[in-house]
Write a protein that binds this ligand. Structure first.
Ligand code: AMP
Length: 177
């Protein structure tokens, strides 16, 4: 089963994706981390990834898709996987050649998102970049929810609760499938 965990930056999607992957015994792919890894490379790909990340914009769809599909094509993902940070645009969702069986959406308000990111204090968590990423999230990423809802694979979860309560809700929804 291929599962996607979605939500804005600071929603805890990586934490929940890791918990879920451990629980199911499948690998976890964090696409934000994958892109950070490429951003450090001295190559044309590295340069394009780095520039987008530093501006708070999304890395181009075709490039992101290629890197993600290359990674998911590896043998370890063949029995299922949990992905977070991807897809982040409707076009990424539509073009993905791997089937998505279930999508957990962590719902978190903008205010809570901002508060959490400012507390986290990662180098790219400045006020300006946080606002920029939220704007990109609403514009590019939110339309995907409707796409997955229509496909009948969307499960919404309250992302403002604590880590364990959110994970319980995810486990509950998983058994309802
Ligand atoms: P994250 O750590 O998930 O918040 O990702 C950090 C940055 O990586 C984002 O602001 C984007 O620039 C880039 N990024 C992560 N995932 C994607 C994606 N699926 N498509 C394009 N860019 C992405």
């Amino acid at each position: 089963m291929n599962i996607v965990v979605m939500g804005p930056a600071g929603s805890g999607k990586t934490t929940q994706a890791q918990l879920l992957a451990d629980y199911l015994g499948v690998p976890h792919l964090n696409v934000g981390d994958l892109l950070y890894f490429y951003a450090k490379e001295e190559s044309e790909t590295g340069k394009r990834v780095k520039e987008a990340m530093e501006s708070g914009e999304l890395v181009e769809d075709d490039l992101t898709l290629r890197l993600v599909e290359e990674h998911l094509g590896q043998l370890e993902h063949k029995n299922g996987t949990v992905v977070d940070g991807f897809p982040r645009s409707l076009s990424q969702a539509e073009k993905l050649s791997i089937s998505v069986d279930l999508v957990f959406y962590l719902r978190v308000s903008d205010d809570v998102t901002k508060e959490r990111l400012l507390k986290r204090g990662r180098s790219d968590d400045t006020q300006d970049l946080i606002n920029k990423r939220l704007e990109v999230y609403h514009r590019e990423t939110e339309p995907i929810l409707e796409y997955y809802r229509k496909n009948g694979v969307l499960a919404c979860v309250d992302g403002e609760k604590d880590i364990q309560s959110i994970f319980q809700e995810i486990q509950q929804k998983l058994t309802e499938r």
